[in-house]
Design a protein around this ligand. Structure first.
Ligand code: PLP
Length: 546
C-alpha cells in the first residue's frame, strides 16, 4: 500500500474548477475511470468484490495506520476524481473485508444483492431528506406505505386498520432509524415516557426529567428486563435514557438459551413487592446475537399483559423470518409485542445502514413527538416529528424496491436457505469427532468449538474442577484456531464467549457462524471445518506440544 502524492502541477480551487467538479467529471480521464469502475460495481458486483476487496495478505491495523497519520486538510485540491477513485479501489478496498464472500460466515453483515447498489446510488442521487415533507414530498408517503407493509407482516391487523392509518398524518405505525441500536432505543424511549406520563401537575418525564418523574410516581429507580443474551445496545439505551445501564437486568436463560420464564415471573413479582421500582419494559429476543435463539414470545407477552408491562421484541436479526411461510411460526407471539425492532441491513439484505421500529398502537409514538416552527408542524406528514434523528436518507425507497424485486417468496428463499444450511452444518459438526456443537441453531446462527476426543473425555468425567481447567485449555485452542483462520484470509467465522448455563465462572469460547450468503453451501462449510481441523493439528497442537 502506498500513499500516492500528486505529481502533476498543483491543483487550484477556483470558481471554474468548483463548477466543473460540482456538475460533471472534470476530464475525459475521470469519466473513463468512473465508468470503468461503476460498470463493474453496477453490473459485475460479485466479480468486482472478488477481484478488488480483501485480497491482500494480512496487514495488521498497526501497519496500516502508519499511512493514516496526516490530520491536515489541504488548502488546495490534492487529487482529481479519477485519482481518488483509483486510490479507493487500489489502496483501500484490498484492505477492507470482503463480507460478500461465501466463506465469510462470521457475522450478520454479509453479501447484498447487486441491485441494492443501484438503489442506493439512486437514493443518493435524489438526496431526499425524509425529516420533512418540504425536502422529500412523495418519498414521505412512500415511507408511510412501507411502514404499513412491514407493520402488517408483524402484526397482521385487519385491512381496515391499514386503510385508516397508512397515510394518516396523525398516527404512526413505526419509523425508519439508523439500525437495531436506535430501534431498541426508540422503543424504550417511548416505553419510558408512557410509564412516566404526565399526571396532575407533573408534565411527564420528557419535559421534567428523571428526578421529577421518580418523585411524581414515588419510585426510586426503573428497570428493563431482558435475557442474559440481550444485545449490548440495550445497555446503551439504559445509559442514554437516564435509567442507568446496570438497571437493564439480565434474566437467566434455560438450557436452550431462551429466557427462563419462571425466573422472569419471579423477578417481576419481587420488584412489585418491593414497591419502589418501575419496570419500563420486558424485552423478548427474536434471534439473539450470539446464538440466534428466539425467546418464548407468546408466553412473555402473556406475562407482560397480566402485569401491565410494555413488551418489546428485539427482532433486529430475526424479524425477516416472517417472510418465510415455512419458518415464520418460529417467531410466534411477535404480533403481541407493543414494539418491535427490525434491521434492514441484516436479513432484509439492505446496504448499511437501516433499522426500523414498529408499534402495535398507532398513537403510542405521540409520547416522543417534537415540533418546531420551521418544520415538523403538528398534523404535517413530516416524519421527523417522531424520530430522534433529524435529517436522514430515504431508506424506505430501497426497502420498498427490494420488496418489489424479491417478493416475500424471494426473501423466503434466502431465509430458508440460511436456516436449513445451519441445520446441516450442525449435523456435520455432530459427525466430526474434532468438534462439539455448543448451540443447536433455531434460526441461522450456530456455535461450536474445536474439542478433540481427549478433551471431550475430560469434560464428561463429571469433575467440576477438571471440567473448568479443560474448558480453559479449549478456550485457548479455539481463540488460536479462529485467529489463525482469519489471518489466513480465506474463511471467516467469528468467536464469542458464552456462559455455560447461567454460571459466569464457566465461560466457553465458541466459534460462531451466521449463514446468510445464498452462495454458501455444504461444500464450503466442509472446507471451513477441514481448515479448522488442519489449523488445530498442524499449528495449535504442535505449538502446545513443542
Ligand atoms: C439482537 C440484536 N439487537 C440489536 C442489534 C444492534 O443492531 P445495529 O448494529 O444495527 O445497531 C444487533 C446487532 O447485531 C442484534 O443482533
Amino acid at each position: 500500500m502506498e500513499t500516492k502524492k500528486n505529481k502533476e502541477p498543483e491543483l487550484i480551487a477556483d470558481r471554474q474548477a468548483l463548477l466543473r467538479t460540482f456538475i460533471t467529471p472534470e476530464r475525459e480521464e475521470a469519466r473513463a475511470t468512473l465508468l470503468k469502475y461503476m460498470e463493474q460495481v453496477l453490473f459485475g458486483l460479485h466479480d468486482f468484490l472478488i477481484q478488488h476487496v480483501g485480497i491482500t495478505q494480512e496487514k495488521s491495523l498497526m501497519e496500516l495506520s502508519v499511512y493514516f497519520q496526516d490530520s491536515n486538510i489541504s488548502k488546495n485540491p490534492e487529487k482529481k476524481l479519477a485519482d481518488v477513485i483509483k486510490d479507493l479501489i487500489d489502496d483501500i478496498a484490498p484492505h477492507a473485508v470482503n463480507v460478500a464472500s461465501p466463506y465469510f460466515i462470521g457475522h450478520m453483515t454479509s453479501a447484498i444483492p447487486f441491485f441494492m447498489v443501484h438503489l442506493k446510488t439512486i437514493v443518493a442521487a435524489l438526496n431526499q431528506n425524509v425529516v420533512k415533507l418540504e425536502t422529500s414530498k412523495v418519498v414521505s408517503v412512500v415511507e408511510k406505505q412501507v411502514l404499513a407493509k412491514i407493520h402488517k407482516l408483524v402484526y397482521r391487523k385487519p385491512e381496515e386498520f391499514y386503510e385508516e392509518h397508512i397515510q394518516n398524518t396523525y398516527t404512526t405505525l413505526g419509523a425508519f432509524v439508523e439500525g437495531g441500536t436506535s430501534a431498541n432505543l426508540t422503543a424504550l424511549w417511548v416505553a419510558r415516557n408512557i410509564v412516566f406520563a404526565p399526571k396532575g401537575d407533573f408534565l411527564g418525564i420528557e419535559s421534567e426529567g428523571l428526578q421529577a418523574a421518580y418523585k411524581a410516581y414515588g419510585v426510586e429507580r426503573c428497570v428493563v428486563l431482558v435475557s442474559r443474551r440481550g444485545h449490548y445496545s440495550l445497555r446503551k439505551a439504559g445509559g442514554l435514557l437516564g435509567i442507568g445501564n446496570q438497571n437493564i437486568i439480565p434474566i437467566n436463560v434455560d438450557a436452550k438459551h431462551r429466557i427462563d420464564l419462571e425466573c422472569l415471573s419471579q423477578t417481576i413479582k419481587d420488584i412489585k413487592k418491593e414497591g419502589k421500582t418501575k419496570i419500563i419494559a420486558v424485552i423478548g429476543i427474536a434471534g439473539t446475537t450470539e446464538t440466534g435463539t428466539v425467546d418464548p414470545l407468546e408466553k412473555m407477552a402473556e406475562i407482560c399483559s397480566e402485569n401491565g408491562i410494555h413488551f418489546h421484541v428485539d427482532a433486529a436479526f430475526g424479524g425477516p423470518v416472517l417472510m418465510s411461510d415455512k419458518y415464520k411460526n418460529l417467531l410466534a407471539g411477535i404480533e403481541l409485542a407493543d414494539s418491535v425492532a427490525i434491521d434492514g441491513h441484516k436479513q432484509f439484505y439492505m446496504p448499511m445502514s437501516c433499522g426500523m421500529v414498529y408499534f402495535k398502537s398507532p398513537t403510542i409514538m405521540d409520547a416522543i413527538e417534537y415540533h418546531a416552527n420551521y418544520v415538523i408542524r403538528p398534523g404535517s406528514v413530516d416524519l421527523g416529528s417522531k424520530t430522534f434523528s433529524g435529517s436522514r436518507e430515504a431508506n424506505s425507497l430501497i426497502l420498498d424496491s427490494a420488496l418489489k424485486i424479491m417478493g416475500s417468496n424471494g426473501y423466503a428463499l434466502l431465509i430458508n436457505h440460511g436456516i436449513e444450511l445451519a441445520r446441516r452444518f450442525a449435523d456435520e459438526i455432530n459427525k466430526r469427532t474434532m468438534f462439539q456443537l455448543v448451540t443447536t441453531p433455531m434460526l441461522n446462527i450456530l456455535t461450536y468449538r474445536v474439542c478433540p476426543p481427549e478433551y471431550m473425555k475430560d469434560l464428561s468425567s463429571g469433575e467440576p474442577e477438571n471440567k473448568r481447567s479443560t474448558n480453559k485449555k479449549l478456550n485457548e485452542i479455539n481463540r488460536d484456531v479462529q485467529r489463525i483462520q482469519r489471518e489466513a484470509g480465506k474463511s471467516f467465522v467469528s468467536r464469542t464467549l458464552l456462559f455455560e448455563g447461567n454460571n459466569s465462572e464457566d465461560r466457553v469460547v465458541v466459534l460462531r457462524c451466521v449463514i446468510m450468503n445464498p452462495l454458501t453451501d455444504m461444500k464450503i462449510i466442509k472446507e471451513i471445518l477441514d481448515e479448522q481441523e488442519a489449523i488445530y493439528k498442524d499449528i495449535v497442537f504442535e505449538q502446545e506440544n513443542s
